[in-house]
Design a protein around this ligand. Structure first.
Ligand code: SF4
Length: 297
């Protein structure tokens, strides 16, 4: 069975000569067969070259060829992502059957899967489900995730949580699409109060990214809401800056969040540029830069 494998994963497994500037801690795989029927305006799977997803290239490989290197690697997890393509549920089940040989926990990030498929996956190595809600408001989702009704991914999140339980489902949100912090806070609150983990992505459009200080505020906000603050409290804590120095100094809220062991280097940041989501703990110098940026808002 052929799958696409992220160039960073291939390099880490010793299957390509490319050099990783930041090592992945998860193996990232992608089901081929585009174009994706989802029609999301920001995704090359729907709008352009299916060899690309986010900022990452995905060469085709025989899945069999990576199973042994993956099993012997120290990668902590495998994440299989799927576009909305013909037969994707059966093909995910087929891939997961083979991935059992690699003996790593598996996450699946795909368009809504049926209850039957989720039940079947839970009986195997799949312990986490990723749900790409993407834009934080219904209006933005309706205009950018064009071929789905705006609520469909929220329903899927609920269904995945019913089957997998709290802490085993990750809601993906894209920040910087024109929403405000309040709307980010409400979306995170809705996901977190139902037991989902939350993972933010920084929107990139025609090479433009949201203001870095706004993105850092959104990361802090998501952390505070996940820690139990209501959206209004969380926003006022950030605006006042009360008691957040320690959170900033610790730096972990600026790392990639989501399933255990996932660090997604370069999903939303070009090599050599400041990481929006750090794939590791930020250094002291990086924390100084984050602190300075946050003071600009
Ligand atoms: S958080 Fe990481 S491992 Fe989990 S579904 Fe998202 S990309 Fe995959």
């Amino acid at each position: 069975m052929e799958l696409r494998v992220s160039s960073g994963t291939l390099s880490y497994l010793g299957l390509s000569n490319n050099r990783c500037m930041e090592d992945p801690t998860t193996a990232y795989l992608l089901l081929p067969g585009g174009p994706c029927r989802g029609g999301c305006v920001y995704c090359p799977q729907a709008t352009g070259d299916e060899r690309w997803l986010s900022r990452v290239s995905w060469p085709l490989m025989e899945l069999e060829e990576i199973l042994e290197p993956l099993r012997h690697s120290d990668l902590q997890r495998t994440c299989l992502q799927s576009p909305d393509v013909e037969g994707f549920e059966d093909r995910i089940l087929e891939a997961v059957d083979m991935l059992e040989l690699a003996q790593k926990p598996v996450s699946i990030s795909a368009p809504p899967l049926s209850t039957r498929t989720l039940d079947m996956l839970r009986d195997g190595p799949v312990d986490n489900i990723g749900v790409g809600i993407d834009a934080v408001t219904d209006e933005l989702r309706a205009s950018t995730k064009k071929n789905y009704s705006p609520e469909v991914f929220w329903h899927y999140l609920g269904n995945a949580l019913d089957i997998y339980g709290p802490e085993h489902v990750t809601a993906h949100f894209i920040v910087g699409m024109g929403e405000g912090l309040e709307e980010v806070a409400h979306a995170v609150y809705r996901a977190a109060k139902n037991g989902a983990r939350v993972s933010l992505f920084s929107y990139v459009s025609k090479g433009e990214e949201p203001d870095i200080a706004y993105y850092r505020q959104a990361q802090l906000l998501a952390h505070l809401v996940e820690e139990g603050h209501d959206p209004f409290d969380a926003i006022s804590i950030i605006k006042e800056g009360d008691g957040i120095e320690q959170i900033i100094e610790d730096g972990s809220v600026f790392q990639t969040q989501g399933c255990p062991g996932c660090n997604r280097p370069y999903y939303t940041t070009r090599p050599g540029r400041e990481h929006r989501n750090y794939p590791r703990k930020p250094t002291w110098e990086e924390i100084q830069k984050i602190t300075k940026d946050l003071k600009t808002r």
